[in-house]
Unconditional design. Structure first.
Lengths: 146, 146
DNA sequence: TTGATATTGAAATCCGTTTTCAATATGACC
DNA sequence: GGTCATATTGAAAACGGATTTCAATATCAA
């Protein structure tokens, strides 16, 4: 059974001798309720709604913290900047990314994962993590012109 | 039958109304003979050997040009900066990347590609390109301590 | 050879991210 | 509650890879 996000964070904080703050709570709340694949910038704008005084740097720092605490996953797609995804601990998944509208669709495919392991084994390679991204046009964008 | 790199570049240049220059030749030569997965910085240092006056910006610009001409592929791994790979036009491949020593092993797996197409089809998604990277430890690095 | 224009190198700039630093907040201890 | 060491904050500066600017230079069609 998965812990509540707030609880998971405070356990991590106290375990590391770190402190709870209003800002960290605000960032976590915005992050959890916003959904997935947020850039730091996007999250910053969201957090500002509940806490207009929040600083840019604090959002960046807290995002790193959430990643360390296991609450967020850092991902870099081809658009250049880092995005964060909530709660990847309930199983790995990969992404379909629309190059026109930016929509991100998640998927899982056990068979592909197995084949990856086969490839790794043949190369005597021990996999720690992997990344599979399919770039293209989502159904909404296929009919559209540029 | 694949064209020579130099020929392919000059065809692209004249086709676009661009000019041949000593610098472009030097960058191309260094790029082709150096092997794969070079960062702009690495290539810059290489080109300097044959043309010490070469500028940083020229290497960046030429690398972009080679990518447009179809001679190079741009790739971003997790280490932050862009690398270029020669001659990907003879078939797609993916990468095993050692997180300890940085070694990059290429592989192809037709079955995985098929399964990716299946996933895309199910999501009514039209794939333009994809990226599959397995991060982990190569055989040389598995026995080593940090 | 000429002349329009593409290209170059150096330096400035860009932009996402990280770090610095002085002011402030937190929380363990009394 | 009060004290105090120290973690945290926001603003601004710094960072680092990549790109752009600009005046000087090279290219190439005529």
């Amino acid at each position: 059974m998965r812990k509540q996000a707030a609880e998971q964070l405070s356990e991590y904080l106290s375990g590391q001798g770190l402190k709870s703050t209003r800002q960290r709570d605000d960032v976590l709340n915005a992050f959890v309720s916003a959904g997935r694949h947020l850039s730091a910038e996007e999250l910053y704008l969201l957090v500002k709604k509940s806490n207009p005084g929040i600083g840019y740097a604090t959002v960046y720092r807290t995002l790193k913290l959430l990643a360390e605490a296991g609450l967020a996953d850092e991902r870099r797609f081809e658009d250049g900047f880092t995005r964060y995804e909530y709660n990847a601990s309930d199983g790995h998944h990969d992404h379909l990314i629309c190059t026109r509208c930016g929509k991100i669709i998640e998927f899982e495919n056990e068979r592909i994962e197995q084949l990856q392991q086969d490839v790794a084994r043949k190369n005597r390679f021990k996999v720690q993590s992997h990344k599979l991204e399919l770039y293209g046009l989502c159904s909404d964008c296929q009919g559209q012109r540029k």
